[in-house]
Design a protein around this ligand. Structure first.
Ligand code: 13P
Ligand code: SF4
Length: 319
């Protein structure tokens, strides 16, 4: 639409005049991903977003994604202004792991190394020894296991049990889940596989174990896009937020991509596998943030310094 084009032109102009760069997640709207690409920003998984923002020399980072991504950017770059289209965009994993209850859980298990998923608040990160994203979680836990460490893992029980199965590590789990990935059903994927037996199955490990067990490749959003390119299959069944199809289809223009069903009857549900919080990012509120400096992320300095340690550990692991 013409209004969108006007908005896009305005955002491009504002990014320049504010010395800002746009850092977007794969689950945001196509228009936002396109803008990030066209303006020298990035479209990435959560680990790459963190790295990109920390290294970039813009004075303002505009993070299109969910709140923990903006907080992570601010913790790593306190000197930069970090803006988000909306501060309301949260994550069911973050909501399901409040700091007080989590601290009590940690206090009850002082012998365990605390590893938290990036999808958590700054306060929960501040309590952790390590932060990980899905792209390096297995490697980090393997490393801890090789040192004989027992792990306390939070908050995603599905990602946790995937890692536990892969590594055999001793992991005590928090009971959290992603409301988007939890909806994928093995039965629906089986039905699709029956129709397209030659299709490969790509799964984000926030999905339930029954779904992950059907995966040819399980991994972070970036890893799934890479797998789409490297697998020989020309049909792919993809179990993650449908926002990923924009970049994945660009990466494999000749391949046929199927959304993994979110209902057990094999019918695809176009509105189910989409994160309601990622969907809050739009051209309008993105322009508004740049225009007015609204949606700014602030993290208390003493909290920031505590959350920085486990985040830096993650960034320097295998860097
Ligand atoms: P990635 O690190 O794979 O991008 O995952 C972030 C996320 O929120 C997935 O739901
Ligand atoms: Fe959180 Fe799931 Fe949304 Fe990712 S898709 S931000 S894990 S609720």
């Amino acid at each position: 639409p013409a209004e969108d084009q006007t908005r896009v032109a305005e955002i491009k102009q504002l990014l320049k005049s504010r010395n800002a760069v746009l850092v977007a997640h794969y689950y945001t709207d196509d228009a936002i991903q396109q803008l990030a690409e066209a303006t020298g920003g990035c479209v990435a998984d959560s680990l790459e977003m963190a790295r990109f923002g920390a290294r970039h020399d813009a004075t303002t980072l505009v993070v299109a994604g969910v709140r923990f991504m903006g907080e992570t950017a601010k913790i790593l770059s306190p000197e930069k202004r970090v803006l988000m289209p909306t501060l309301e965009a949260t994550c069911s994993l973050d909501i399901g792991c409040p700091e007080k209850a989590f601290s009590a859980f940690c206090d009850a298990h002082p012998d365990r190394t605390v590893v938290v998923y990036a999808n958590t608040s700054a306060a929960v990160k501040a309590r952790a020894d390590w932060v990980v994203t899905s792209s390096i979680a297995v490697e980090v836990i393997e490393h801890l296991q090789s040192r004989g460490e027992k792990v306390l893992w939070a908050p995603d029980k599905h990602l946790g049990s995937y890692i536990q199965k892969k590594t055999g590590a001793d992991m005590l789990m928090w009971d959290g889940a992603c409301i988007v990935h939890e909806e994928f059903k093995a039965k629906g994927i089986e039905d699709l596989k029956r129709l397209y037996p030659e299709a490969a199955v790509l799964v984000h490990p926030e999905s339930p174990a029954s779904v992950v067990s059907m995966a040819d490749v399980a991994g972070s959003t970036s890893q799934l896009i890479k797998a789409a390119q490297s697998l020989p299959n020309d049909k792919l069944i993809v179990a993650t937020d449908r926002g990923i199809f924009f970049k994945m289809q660009q990466a494999v223009p000749g391949k046929i991509l199927f959304e993994a069903p979110t209902a057990g009857n094999g019918a695809t549900c176009r509105s189910c596998a989409h994160c309601p919080w990622m969907a809050m990012n739009a051209l309008d509120n993105l322009a508004g943030a740049l225009r007015h400096g609204s949606g700014e992320i602030h993290v208390d300095e003493s909290l920031r310094l505590r959350a920085l340690k486990p985040l830096e550990r993650m960034l320097s692991f295998n860097a």
